[in-house]
Write a protein that binds this ligand. Structure first.
Ligand SMILES: NC(=O)C1=CN([C@@H]2O[C@H](COP(=O)(O)OP(=O)(O)OC[C@H]3O[C@@H](n4cnc5c(N)ncnc54)[C@H](OP(=O)(O)O)[C@@H]3O)[C@@H](O)[C@H]2O)C=CC1
Ligand SMILES: O=C([O-])CC(=O)C(=O)O
Length: 436
C-alpha cells in the first residue's frame, strides 16, 4: 500500500492513483493553481491559469522505488510565491511521524502539532501518518479534516500503512498505535502482540528515519514497547527513545494541588518513577509545592503514601469508568508537554518525568530497561538525568517493585529484543493504569 502525501510546496500536483477517487470527490483541482492558506480566519488565496470552473484531475505519478511519499489533496497544490516571501522567517520544515494516527489520542494530537502549539509559530511541519488496512479510510478522513483546518504551518501530510515509507526522514516519531487489551487477554499476550508492532516499527525507524529521530512511545505497555523499539533500532541512540509517563506526572501534580488547595502551577519537581502501570511511583518526597517540600505542606503523610499514590496509579481506570473510554485528550496534552520539555530549556530547579533507557543512571536502578526518571533538557531535544534527588525507605521499596515488574516484562519479550527465549513470569498484579 502506498503512502499518500499532501504537499503545498510541490511544484506540481502529484498524486497516487489510489487517491484520485478520493480527491475527485472532495476537491476541484485546478492545474497550475497556486494556493496559499493565510491566517485561520482568512480565505485561502487561489490563483489559476485555467478557467475558474474547470475541474482538472492532476497527473498520476507512480510511487518512487525508494518509497518516497506522494502528495495528496490540497497539499499537492503549489504555494503562492508571495506567500513564500511571507514565510521566509520560518524554520526548516520538520518531519513528524505518528502511528495509530486514526486513533483517539492522535485525533487530538495532530491538530495541536499542525497549529504550531507544540513546536512554535515559526516551525512548519510535515505530518506522516501511519495506519493500517483497517484504518486507511479513517486516516483519509483525518487528512481531510487537517486540510479543512487551513493550518498555515502544516506544509505536508502523508498517509500510509508501511512504516518503511511513512517513517522516511522522520525527525520525531510519536508511536501511539497499539492493540488495546481485550477481555480475557493475558498481559503476556498483550506484550507479545504490541511488542511485534514495536519491533517492526523500530526496524523501520532504524532503516529510514533521521539518525537523530526522537521517539516517544505512547502505545501500551509503553515502557516495554519502547525497549523493544530501541533494541530493534541499533543505529539510533538509545537515549532518543522515551516512554510517555508525562500524563502520570500531570495527574500527580493535579492531585497534590487539590490536596494543598493551590493551583497546579505551584507544584513542581514531580517525578514518576518506573513503569506506566499501577506499580508506578509518584514521588512526593522530592516534589515541591510553592518551593517547599510537599511533606511540609501536606502533613497527612498517610494520605500521601496511600490515597495519593493509588489515585495516580489508577487514575486511568477511574477515568474509563466515568468516560467509557481511555484518556485521549489529556494524553495528547501530555504528549505535547513531553515534546515541549525536550525542545525548550527546563525551568531552573525543576525537572520533568520521562521513561528513558536506564543504562548509566545514577540511582542504582537496573540497567537495560526503560524506566521513568527525572530529566532536564537544554531545549535541544536531548536530556540529562537529575542527580540531586533524595530517597527514603518507602521510595526505595516502591521503586524496587516497579523495577521488578519491568524486569519481568523484559524477560517476557526477550524474543523481540534479541536477548534469547522469552520467559513470562509477570507479577499477578501487573496492570495498566486503565485496568482496574
Ligand atoms: N502512555 C500513556 O500515558 C497512555 C497510553 N495510552 C495507550 O495509547 C494507545 C492508543 O490509545 P488510543 O488512541 O486511545 O486508542 P485507539 O484504539 O483509539 O487507537 C489506537 C490505534 O492503534 C492501532 N492498532 C495497532 N495495532 C492494532 C491492533 N492489532 N488492533 C487494534 N488496533 C491496533 C489502531 O490503528 P491502526 O488500525 O491504524 O493500526 C488504532 O487506531 C493504547 O495502547 C493506550 O493504552 C493511552 C493513554 C495514556
Ligand atoms: O490503560 C490505558 O490504556 C490508559 C492509560 O494508559 C492511562 O490512562 O494512563
Amino acid at each position: 500500500m502506498a503512502v499518500t502525501h499532501f504537499n503545498p510546496t510541490c511544484s506540481k500536483p502529484r498524486l497516487h492513483s489510489s487517491q484520485l477517487s478520493f480527491l475527485s470527490r472532495t476537491l476541484p483541482i485546478h492545474r497550475h493553481c497556486s494556493f496559499a492558506p493565510l491566517h485561520r480566519t482568512q480565505h485561502a488565496r487561489i490563483s489559476c491559469s485555467v478557467a475558474p470552473n474547470e475541474v482538472q484531475v492532476p497527473a498520476v505519478t507512480t510511487l518512487d522505488p525508494k518509497g518516497k511519499a506522494e502528495c495528496y489533496g490540497v497539499f499537492c497544490l503549489t504555494y503562492d510565491l508571495r506567500a513564500e516571501e511571507e514565510t521566509r522567517s520560518w524554520k526548516k520544515l520538520i518531519n513528524i511521524a505518528v502511528s495509530g494516527a486514526a486513533g483517539m489520542i492522535a485525533n487530538h494530537l495532530l491538530f495541536k502539532l499542525a497549529s504550531g502549539e507544540v513546536f512554535g509559530p515559526d516551525q512548519p511541519v510535515a505530518l506522516k501518518l501511519l495506519g493500517s488496512e483497517r484504518s486507511i479510510q479513517a486516516l483519509e478522513g483525518v487528512a481531510m479534516e487537517l486540510e479543512d483546518s487551513l493550518f498555515p504551518l502544516l506544509r505536508e501530510v502523508s498517509i500510509g500503512i508501511d512504516p518503511y515509507e511513512v517513517f522516511q526522514d522522520a525527525e520525531w516519531a510519536l508511536l501511539i498505535g497499539a492493540k488495546p487489551r481485550g477481555p480475557g487477554m493475558e498481559r503476556a499476550d498483550l506484550l507479545d502482540i504490541n511488542g511485534q508492532i514495536y519491533a517492526a516499527q523500530g526496524r523501520a525507524l532504524n532503516a529510514v528515519a533521521s539518525r537523530n529521530v526522537k521517539v516517544i512511545v505512547v502505545g501500551n505497555p509503553c515502557n516495554t514497547n519502547a525497549l523493544i523499539c530501541l533494541k530493534n533500532a541499533p543505529n539510533i541512540p538509545a537515549k532518543n527513545f522515551h516512554a510517555l509517563t508525562r500524563l502520570d506526572e500531570n495527574r500527580a501534580k493535579c492531585q497534590l494541588a487539590l490536596k494543598a488547595g493551590v493551583f497546579y502551577d505551584k507544584v513542581s519537581n514531580v517525578t514518576i518513577w518506573g513503569n506506566h502501570s499501577t506499580t508506578q511511583v509518584p514521588d512526593f518526597l522530592n516534589a515541591k509545592i510553592d518551593g517547599l517540600p510537599v511533606k511540609e505542606v501536606v502533613k497527612d503523610h498517610r494520605w500521601l503514601e496511600e490515597e495519593f499514590t493509588e489515585k495516580v496509579q489508577k487514575r486511568g481506570g477511574a477515568l474509563i469508568q466515568k468516560w467509557g473510554r481511555s484518556s485521549a485528550a489529556s494524553t495528547s496534552v501530555s504528549i505535547v508537554d513531553a515534546i515541549r520539555s525536550l525542545v525548550t530549556p527546563t525551568p531552573e530547579g525543576d525537572w520533568f518525568s520521562s521513561g528513558v533507557y536506564s543504562n548509566g543512571n545514577p540511582y542504582g536502578i537496573a540497567e537495560g530497561i526503560v524506566f521513568s526518571m527525572p530529566c532536564r533538557s537544554k531545549g535541544d531535544g536531548d536530556y540529562e538525568l537529575v542527580k540531586d534527588v533524595i530517597f527514603d525507605d518507602y521510595l526505595r521499596q516502591r521503586i524496587k517493585k516497579t523495577e521488578a515488574e519491568l524486569l519481568a516484562e523484559k524477560r517476557c519479550v526477550a524474543h523481540l529484543t534479541g536477548e534469547g527465549i522469552a520467559v513470562c513470569d509477570l507479577p499477578g498484579d501487573t496492570m495498566l493504569p486503565g485496568e482496574m
